[in-house]
Design a protein around this ligand. Structure first.
Ligand code: PMP
Length: 376
């Protein structure tokens, strides 16, 4: 049997990782400025993480959600403490798409409404409702089309007010920083405006924090920069540092929905152990502060390059817009300098490294970048 062909694959076989470095099967070292797409939050093979997962695997790998799993409560308490959202409630699932799917569903159970406001260039995942609120020409499926989704231009307050004119909006879903859409930071006053129209009509504010959350921007949720609380935050990626785990945290105003949400694997023992290890390392090693510090250093340095058109982002979620002629930079960084980065558009380089990226590794990236795009 062959694999179903879904991804353009680079012919590199990564077999080992330590911190922000990974190694291929020939022993070549690569600097990982992409973190497997924002998944590696505390670095590859972090010793505390490995130990906690290993210990858990020796004790119990899985038992069903029909029994009490104290690790889930432990994870909820820790997440409340590290995120500052102590009065929220946690529901655990397995991926970002599933987290958003559940958030949107829960919103409609809560207020009985059907319409969803989403934004142009958003990415929320590939399950049916997540695709329906995603605006990406590469991710479409006729079966997912629904009249219930209204797409608005990014940051357009007038369009937002107009969408709310019918008093039938169940939820608004927004990434605090659009990731796949090219690292676009939501304006603080726009997020505040969404908060206030949602309040007026009891609509649910869903903060998709799958890519921009979990400390990556220097605050736990990037929406925190606007000084507002969302009703539901969806999370995945960095939550498990590679172990599949996703979740939503839900404001206390939304009551539990017994039987409405559920999943076999969500919140299993191993996933909880991974989730706890990640939060323990973020807390102990002050990784949100490191993301803020090394992130602003990188952003400031990148802005100095003559060829760079724009640098967008916060903390360690960075998009570097280059002229079209420099669309090869990502490939050159990978094949000439052995540095993994991500793509938003061919001329936008996306950086999503581990939150404990060192300044020395940031400098190693800047040096290679200078070799390809010219002087600062
Ligand atoms: N939301 C955002 C903002 C994302 O970036 C992604 C993944 N790129 C998802 C949701 C979907 O997450 P997953 O692939 O875990 O389903």
């Amino acid at each position: 049997m062959n694999l179903f062909d879904v991804y353009p694959i680079n012919p590199i076989n990564i077999v080992k990782g330590v911190g922000s470095l990974v190694y291929d099967d020939k022993g070549t070292e690569y600097l990982d400025m992409y973190g497997g797409h924002a998944v590696i939050s505390i670095g590859h093979t972090n010793p505390h993480y490995v130990k906690r997962l290993e210990d858990q695997l020796h004790q119990l790998g899985f038992y069903s959600n029909s029994i009490e799993i104290p690790l889930q409560q432990e994870l909820a308490a820790k997440l409340g403490k590290v995120s500052g959202k102590e009065d929220y409630q946690l529901f655990l699932c397995n991926s970002g798409a599933e987290a958003n799917e559940n958030a949107l569903k829960l919103a409609s159970f809560y207020n009985g409404k059907k319409k969803i406001v989403a934004f142009r260039k958003s990415f929320h995942g590939r399950t049916s409702l997540a695709v329906a609120v995603t605006d990406n020409p590469k991710i479409v499926a006729p079966v997912n089309e629904t009249d219930n989704v209204i797409f608005l231009p990014w940051g357009d307050e007038a369009a937002l007010e107009q969408a709310f004119a019918g008093n039938d909006i169940s939820s608004v879903i927004i990434e605090g920083i659009q990731g796949v859409g090219g690292i676009q930071v939501a304006a603080e006053n726009f997020l505040q405006k969404i908060r206030s129209v949602c309040n007026e009509q009891n609509a649910v504010f869903i903060a998709d924090s799958v890519q921009c959350g979990y400390g990556r921007t220097g605050k736990f949720f990037s929406h925190d920069f606007a000084g507002i609380d969302a009703d539901i935050y969806s999370m995945a990626k960095g939550m498990g540092n590679g172990f599949p785990i996703g979740g939503i945290i839900i404001s206390p105003k939304i009551k539990p929905a017994y039987g409405m949400l559920g999943t076999t694997f969500g919140g299993n023992h191993l996933a909880c152990a991974a989730g706890l290890a990640v939060l323990e390392v973020i807390e102990r090693e002050n990784l949100m502060q490191n993301a803020a510090d090394v992130g602003s250093y990188l952003i400031n340095e990148l802005k100095k390059f003559e060829q760079v058109k724009e640098v967008r982002g916060r903390g360690l979620m960075i998009g570097i817009e280059l002229p079209e002629e420099l669309s090869n930079v990502r490939k050159d960084l990978l094949f000439k300098h052995h540095i993994f980065t991500g793509e938003a558009k061919p001329n936008v380089v996306r950086l999503l490294p581990a939150l404990n990226l060192t300044k020395a590794h940031a400098d190693r990236f800047l040096e290679a970048f200078a070799a390809e795009v010219g002087p600062r």
